[in-house]
Write a new protein. Sequence first.
Length: 287
Amino acid sequence: MPGRKFTIALTPGSIGVKVDQKKAIELAHYFGFESVEAYARDLAPLSDAELKDLREEMQAKHVAWAMAGLPVDFRRDEERFREGIKELPAACQTLQRAGVTRLATWLSPMHESLTYLQNFKQTANRLREIAAVAHDHGLRFGLEYVGTKSLRMRQTYQFVHTMAETKELIAEIGKPNVGFVLDTWHWWTADETAADVLTLTNKDIISCDLNDAPKDIPKEQQQDNNRELPVATGVIDVKPFLEALLKIGYDGPIRAEPFNKALNDMEDEDACATVSEAMRQAFALVA
């Protein structure tokens, strides 16, 4: 099996750490993360020379860019979407200047008033606009499907919540820079296997998340905002997932996103140390 190309990524907000870009890079370096989330809002004020210095500092610390979060709310009303899309070119230009190449967001698996087909058409049209702007600035754009059954049953209409459905949505969007954000939690709750991951290529995957699940809770009753760090319980078998990523040569970031209260209550440094150790234990399964 080929060697590992993917990186241990620090995305501070997903582990309850609230810091600016400079501090995020410092924490990533100190605790052995190999990539770090990019914050367009913090990078925007920097000159080209300052961004060059920042990239050189990151290179010296062996910390690469992971991805940036999409700053556009495309899931709700048209006015909110239009407000966000107006600001997107400037944000993407900032990310491009900083050398960031990956942009990511998530898909709501439900809607209060739109049927599946209505939501599919609206979402594809909106994401097509976003993808076009991202493409103009050299950014690949990842979509994360949400498989949690207890979440998608909360509203009237269900929406995309599997890899197969997300493939259909990506095909409808029809832009070459659109791909997946894969999360072991949603992969598991969608009853998918390593064979599903192996249907993808490195080019198809923008970012990945590793999570585990609490013990003694049936899969259909698991709550999306109450997860565990990778390999904490073994409920989600992460080894075949990582083996599949190795086999297809995935070379992007992998983060933890456990939405875990105990982790969120830790001091920033303790949280980073705990997550770094959990990720290394997970990666050691396929070392």
